[in-house]
Design a protein around this ligand. Structure first.
Ligand SMILES: [Zn+2]
Length: 470
């Protein structure tokens, strides 16, 4: 048995884009040429070559729900190779090497508990739909963490997650894994990624002189000083997209060079089974892996992005108010129909995944007695729940300015949600939403959230002309 282990975890993800009033297909994107959009380009740069080289069998990885759905439709061979890699790993080792991810890449510590729960449950449903078994591990969007998030993961059956060393009060045992004590008194296993070595590959892989040299010069000497497990965790797109051709670095490292340097290559569920945690540590709550400013990146803004960041809290307040109206409309409707709203919302994701029809959902919930108008209203409010979850996708708040595709996409999803709710309750939610959005102002163009709302309203009108509801 080896005394040193290496695990490389790749976070493979692309955010949802496109028109939420149409089929959500990603539009033509400037800069992706000769491909139509970045999903196609990154598939050619990264997902397809890594799949062809067999890297997904050697890595630990998570495949975000929106990317998985896109690949299944637009790059089915690559998608099959990735799912197959996890299946082969499971056959060989008895556990998979894929992790789940919350459904909409929401910054969970900024969400109310009920939203944390649905994001985690929908993410687990998506994983099981793709990979055919329940996930053991879950990747946290941007590694954003608080204890309530870990508690929600635990309560949903998740056994482990990954945090950056900087998010732990102590990481003397390398990658661990460690126990983190939860508010309930239960414990959750947490692996600690090595920040320095992860960033070395994420940002400077080109300067390492190839996998062989990196393994000899950097990895091999760590056998004298480093604890048992070294965990490199970074965006999967590092290997081939952020750095062209570096899928070969990953392949040579995991297939040959790590062993030559005295490290056995492992994956997280495998490691957890063989080496359960023995040490308990504390986490630094309200932190993330992106920058030192914790959750400010997605809430109040931070100095990593230039300019006036006051649009971020203003937009978040507009969304939070909207979420309140949409939830209230849904809960009132569900209670009037004598159905428990939140389990029904969980189950609704099966309709989104294409596992069941809306009629199946109503039948399974014992709602066959509903009139067609009642059923249509309830289904509208469930679809509103989906879009109001999706508006919180982390990239809405990540960048420097309001006048960008990501906030525009968030506002369009919010509009879709609020129009669906408004069609049922006849309340003038859009007017109130517009008032809130006026407080979010772009430094770059001077546009307000209200201007972006007008642009999204054009999409809504076009959809209405095509006969799409609300
Ligand atoms: Zn920052």
């Amino acid at each position: 048995m080896a005394d040193h282990y290496l695990c490389v975890h790749g976070h493979f993800y692309q955010p949802p884009r496109g028109n939420p009033f149409a089929n959500g297909d990603i539009p033509v994107e400037a800069g992706a040429e000769p491909y139509r959009n970045f999903n196609e380009k990154i598939t050619a740069d990264c997902y397809a070559p890594n799949a062809s080289l067999g890297n997904f069998e050697l890595l630990s990885f998570n495949l975000g729900a929106t990317l998985a759905a896109w690949l299944a439709t637009h790059a089915p061979d690559t998608y099959r190779q990735i799912v197959e890699a996890d299946r082969a790993h499971r056959e060989r080792w008895g556990v998979g090497n894929a992790l789940a991810q919350p459904a909409h890449h929401t910054i969970l510590p900024l969400s109310r508990r009920r939203d944390k729960e649905v994001q985690v449950r929908w993410g687990l449903m998506s994983f099981e739909h793709r990979f055919g078994y329940p996930a053991e591990g879950m990747w946290l969007p941007e590694m954003a963490v608080d204890l309530e998030t870990l508690q929600v993961l635990h309560d949903a059956g998740v056994k482990f997650t990954i945090l950056a060393q900087s998010q732990l009060k102590d990481s003397k045992d390398g990658a661990g894994p460690y126990w983190v004590k939860l508010p309930s008194g239960d414990r959750m296993a947490v692996f600690a990624r090595d920040d320095w070595h992860s960033n070395q590959l994420a940002f400077n892989i080109r300067e390492q002189g190839g996998a062989g040299r990196w393994a000899r010069n950097i990895l091999a000497p760590l056998r004298k000083t480093y604890p048992r497990l070294l965990l490199i965790a970074t965006d999967g797109e590092t290997f081939g997209h952020h750095h062209a051709g570096e899928e070969h670095f990953l392949h040579w490292l995991l297939a040959y060079e790590a062993q030559s340097a005295g490290f056995e290559v492992t994956t997280l569920a495998r490691d957890l089974r063989s080496y359960p945690p023995s040490v308990e540590i504390e986490i630094n709550e309200h932190t993330a892996w992106s920058c030192w400013h914790g959750l400010n990146r997605w809430s109040n803004g931070c100095e990593c992005t230039p300019g006036d960041m006051r649009w971020k809290p203003a937009l978040r307040r507009a969304f939070d108010n909207l979420a309140g109206w949409v939830d209230e409309a849904y809960v009132e409707c569900a209670r009037a129909l004598q159905v428990d709203p939140w389990p029904l919302r969980d189950a609704y994701f099966r309709v989104r995944l294409g596992q069941i029809t809306a009629n199946d959902l109503l039948r399974d919930a014992g709602l066959t007695r509903l009139s067609s108008a009642q059923a249509a209203g309830l289904l509208r409010l469930l679809l509103a729940q989906f879009h109001r979850q999706r508006m919180y996708v982390s990239c809405t708040f990540f960048f420097e300015d309001l006048d960008r595709p990501e906030p525009r996409y968030g506002i369009a999803n919010a509009l879709r949600a609020v129009l669906l709710a408004q069609a049922v309750t006849q309340q003038a939610y859009v007017d109130s939403f517009r008032q809130d959005l006026k407080l979010a102002i772009s430094t770059k163009s001077g546009k307000t959230g209200s201007d972006l709302l007008d642009e999204a309203l054009v999409w809504a009108q076009e959809a209405q002309a095509r006969g799409v509801e609300a």
